[in-house]
Design a protein around this ligand. Structure first.
Ligand SMILES: Nc1ncnc2c1ncn2[C@@H]1O[C@H](COP(=O)(O)OP(=O)(O)OP(=O)(O)O)[C@@H](O)[C@H]1O
Ligand SMILES: [Mg+2]
Length: 254
């Protein structure tokens, strides 16, 4: 379903509290189709809460959000058909092989040729050789790649990745980053949350920082870096890193 015009994601004045805890206090942003958008924030900033609202798992207290043109509250079924969600914790079955996991999901979605879909995804995520092995034997990076591959079955136009590389080693992170870049290159819109500044720096077309319930900055990496003047170190200008920008705005490390 990609007949919709306008941005892939539009969020306006989103609010959410858990009892007295006001987590989202008026969050607004847009994500252009085919782009990668990083929602950056410290632990507990509300990233997962925002993703859950956008993926219809949680209701907002106030504000509106549209995903693929559909209202998350009033058109939840259309939103669900438009998205995939890979959570902070993987949803793969340990007993089955990687290929069996993929075939199972393709069957559940009533797609033609589940085996062909599984083999194609195994290839795209460099899991062809491991495909016949039980997931219990996979490394963390292989699991995460399989998890992302599973979420792509049915080719959803909008993909939510909640902390896709948390807990992965550097090599596995690079593999996941490549997979994410490939998704966007294929035309999908990706919203990812991360606590890693280098991840946002590597992947995102736009970066938004969620802090104390609001988006305090939203821009390209170059725009964010322009918020800080370059430091002069012995006559050589040192450009600020995204980490410098984040620390000066938020005060603590993500
Ligand atoms: N179901 C819930 N009931 C009560 N409080 C919650 C619930 N879910 C989240 N919270 C609280 O809301 C705040 C935001 O949580 P959320 O999981 O959205 O943050 P996050 O940015 O995803 O953090 P992390 O980087 O640790 O994943 C936290 O203080 C958390 O403890
Ligand atoms: Mg989270």
């Amino acid at each position: 379903m990609t007949n919709q015009q306008g941005p892939a994601i539009q969020v306006n004045g989103l609010e959410k509290s858990y009892k007295e805890l006001r987590v989202l206090r008026g969050v607004s942003f847009e994500v252009a189709r085919g782009s990668i958008f990083a929602l950056l924030g410290s632990n507990g900033a509300g990233k997962t809460t925002a993703v859950k609202i956008l993926s219809t798992l949680l209701k907002a207290d106030a504000g509106t959000a549209r995903v693929n043109g559909f209202d998350v509250a009033a058109q939840a079924a259309d939103v669900r058909e438009s998205i995939s969600l890979t959570g902070q914790f993987a949803a793969v079955d340990e007993i089955l092989s990687g290929r069996e996991n993929l075939v199972l999901v393709a069957r559940l979605r009533h797609l033609k040729d589940p085996g062909g879909i599984a083999d194609d995804l195994l290839r795209r995520f460099s899991l062809t050789e491991a495909g016949g092995r039980r997931v219990a034997t996979y490394s963390g990076g292989m699991r995460r790649r399989l998890d992302i591959a599973m979420s792509l079955i049915g080719e959803p136009p909008v993909i939510f990745l909640d902390e896709p590389t948390t807990g992965l080693d550097p090599q596995a992170r690079i593999e996941v980053w490549q997979a994410v870049k490939d998704l966007a290159a294929g035309g999908a819109t990706v919203l990812l949350t991360t606590q890693y500044l280098d991840e946002a720096e590597q992947l995102a077309d736009r970066i938004a920082i969620l802090h104390e319930g609001r988006i305090i900055v939203n821009g390209t990496l170059a725009e964010l870096k322009r918020l800080l003047p370059p430091a002069k170190v012995e006559y050589v200008e040192k450009q600020p890193s995204l980490e410098d920008v984040f620390l000066s705005l938020v005060g603590t490390k993500a």
